[in-house]
Design a protein around this ligand. Sequence first.
Ligand code: AMP
Length: 177
Amino acid sequence: MTESSGDADLRALVRDVPDFPSPGILFRDITPLLASPAAFARAIREMAEPWKARRPAKILGIEARGFMFGAALARELSVGFVPVRKPGKLPRETVRASYGLEYGTDTLEIHRDACAAGERVVIADDVLATGGTAEAACRLAEALGAEILGVAVFIELAALGGRARVDPRPVHSVLVL
Ligand code: AMP
């Protein structure tokens, strides 16, 4: 993998795993991408591109794979990082939101003081599928009074309609599968 490698090379580092974690789900495994320093760096540069002109104050990364992409994205943009976590993980006062996802239902939490009113933020995750997870993270940020500049994901599964669920907030994806 070289610095000039294209999106075809990024795609080749995502492994499709049928029937994981449950029958009928085609799981997109990004661990080969994470293991390639040049490809991971390229993925993060591409994720960061739209937010260089309109820079957020913070990236909000969704547990757990959103931490990997979100923290790297925050470093790329030299902005702060905020974890959006599964219930019971954050030690101080939180706000929570529940949502349905491709396989089951879940709840997310954010520290109540994680964002200031009017602060501009970008939500980050690895995969946008039905959009329920990203939309719940958007609702959490908005409950704190933050302004969502958009949602940044490495992979968008277009057929699952996540972009429409997150609408009118903009979505930027590196790979559309
Ligand atoms: P959704 O709420 O349906 O957009 O699902 C997005 C969340 O679930 C992300 O945090 C992904 O990590 C995970 N996810 C959903 N579908 C997949 C998939 N097919 N492959 C890998 N991760 C997925």
